[in-house]
Design a protein around this ligand. Structure first.
Ligand SMILES: [Cu+2]
Length: 168
């Protein structure tokens, strides 16, 4: 005798089609960028640009700023890079601080370029420990200005913030 539960069982759903926007290809011709993180307690930066002016760590800290990306505190005037739509991008993230940072990119997912040359799983955030350098890759498929920041929001609010631009 068949029960009602088995009669109402639905067929297995068919898998979703592959999402081509998530494919990471073209790495040999990729645009290459580097993001150097500095600052924080125990290894303060010597100087960084704050609101268009070069300041030392003491002055930055008095303004509640403790971190820099590529020598700039907070959102820079220029994006970290400008990518054409569909262009592959590789970004080395170099953590020259003593602290881990959870680097998060808006608007795209990425894969880590592993030391052996393979690609890691699809992510939008990657935790990078102090003195670590990790590389990510993605295809810039999503036009716009996208914030690229540490996901520890006190870090983002005190300097760890930049953006990328993808042309339409
Ligand atoms: Cu952080």
């Amino acid at each position: 005798m068949k029960g009602k539960a088995s009669e109402s069982r639905r067929p297995t759903p068919t898998p979703l089609p592959p999402n081509l926007d998530m494919a990471v290809t073209g790495l040999d011709d990729a645009l290459r960028s580097r993001l150097v993180m500095e600052g924080g307690a125990m290894r303060a930066f010597l100087s960084a640009s704050m609101n268009g002016r070069e300041v030392d760590f003491r002055e930055a800290a008095q303004n509640m700023n403790f971190w820099s990306f590529n020598g700039t505190i907070g959102m820079a005037d220029e994006p970290l890079f400008v990518a054409a739509r569909g262009q592959a991008v590789r970004v080395v993230m170099q953590n020259d601080t003593m602290f881990p940072h959870a680097m998060h990119l808006d608007g795209h997912h990425f894969r880590e370029v592993l030391p052996g040359g393979g690609l890691g799983p699809l992510r939008d955030t990657l935790l990078i420990y102090g003195d670590e350098s990790r590389e990510i890759a993605f295809v810039a498929h999503n036009p716009g200005d996208w914030v690229f920041h540490c996901h520890m929001l006190t870090h983002a609010a005190s300097g760890m913030m930049t953006r990328i631009k993808v042309l339409a």
